[in-house]
Design a protein around this ligand. Sequence first.
Ligand code: DON
Length: 575
Amino acid sequence: MSKSKFFIVVVACAVLSLTAGAVSVPVRAQKGMVASQNEIASRIGADAIKEGGTAVDAAVATAFALAVVHPTAGNIGGGGFMVYRPAKGEAIAYDFREVAPGKSSPTMFLQDGKYSSEIHHNSHLAVGVPGTVAGVHMAWKEQGKLPWKRLVEPAVALARDGFTVSDGLSRSLKSVMRTMQKYPASVAQFTKNGVPYEPGDTLKQPELARTLERIANQGPAGFYEGETALALEKEMLAHGGLITREDLKKYAAKKRVPVKGTYRGYDVISMPPISSGGVGLIEMLNVLEGYDLAKMGPGSSSAVHLMTEAMKRAYSDRAHYLGDPDFVKDMPIAILTSKDYAGRLRKTIDLTRTKPSSPATFEWSHESDETTHISVVDGDRNAVSMTYTLEAGYGVKIVVPGAGFLLNNEMGDFNAAPEITTAEGLIGTKPNLAEPGKRMLSSMTPTILTKDGQLFMVTGSPGSRTIINTVLETIVDVVDFGMNAQEAIDAPRFHHQWLPDKIQYEKYGLSADTVAELEKRGHTLQSGGAQGVAQVIIYNGKEDVLEGGTDRRASDGGAVGVPGRAPTKQTSAQR
Ligand code: DON
């Protein structure tokens, strides 16, 4: 066997052993569980639960810590969503998506009448008014127990005193330096005077520490007003950006009613618009409920075919109907999430053949691959599913001079410009065009499942448009295929988004047989890299224990359990 063949076999075996469950054992703990993309941050969240904090306390502490140790997506300069499901009472969705600044307009990404992707995604005009600090503060105020300052302080310490750079972070920083180079404050923050950080080095971020300290002491005013707001406005004014101190002061997080559905006896609670995630997820689950996926088996051509057909339909609907509910008044959410509509969609599905996606619709503009998800359950079985983002990795790559935090490029999630929908991927449909104070359409899908009124599963993932499908697959893997949290995370993933008309699947994730069968049914397939970084926690009601998984598609992640007895025992067995 040649050296290169041997290498391929070794890699294939590693992947197979991962997917065969040889190492798919979840972390188990009774009193609480925090799963995030960085173990340091998960531990900080778990400590909050240990000290008597709630799931929301833990999520807030984890989110601030991620803004320091996971700068590619953890943030205070971005936005996101939190779905909170208390053990008792109604679930709530906190919407802290960025908004378009007051001087925005639908044509703001045009230059001399021509659309500019550079302006849309990589300029000061790509920055939305950040929502994270307002959002986590709102959730904490309503659901937290520990003092606010106690939750921000671990992040202050990490930024001030530094933390050890991992292999993954070192690689990631070296790679982003190519695009960060033009922003001196970013270079100052993420290199040692221009020399890259190596694994084992200590990364300190003193300006970020001071901003976090202001947030710890003053709450959201430490971010949206005073010194921090002034620094952000100054950066904008100097470089043609739009965000003013008035925009910052006006920013408001919103409470929304989660979108709800059912799947094979489980209740599904997810993020409503401005995310397309919950609506898309429930639409797909409703369609799939009509088929016996368990009998077909994971990775079988029939299961992949049917899941793909559900994906194609839901992603088409996403593109046609969804936008900011405060601006788009006629979204057919009740229809899209109804069983009746799913039944009608099933009638359009041929079990042996796919129909090509219609070229009358369009591809979607580019979205990058960096976001991050936090799943938390505390001892009372209150649950948090939170996804937040800077949009691209390190957002727009601009660190605000003097304030030490990275800015998002979330305006790129608005459609490009009115009436320029092209086959190359530009969209000009109305619901998602930029307007002052409007939120941009998202795919983030923080989700919680319950059974008979009790918590069952918390799930979510980064990955742009693939997010909804990654979340779908974790649910199908657990509910239909009986996998545990770690197995559901390890299981290979695939994605179809209507257009482009192809199934993308993780390398080695589908067998040659399955690929051949799918091709026979008319599908085009393309294998590629990893899809998403899921954070899954399952409540095993029989044993009254939480089971969390760690997604090894990314380095540094970790589910961290809180040992010790939970204060309340759940009653009915759920699995
Ligand atoms: O809100 C959205 O859907 C995107 N801005 C999220 C970006 C993303 O997930 C990148 N992730 N890995």
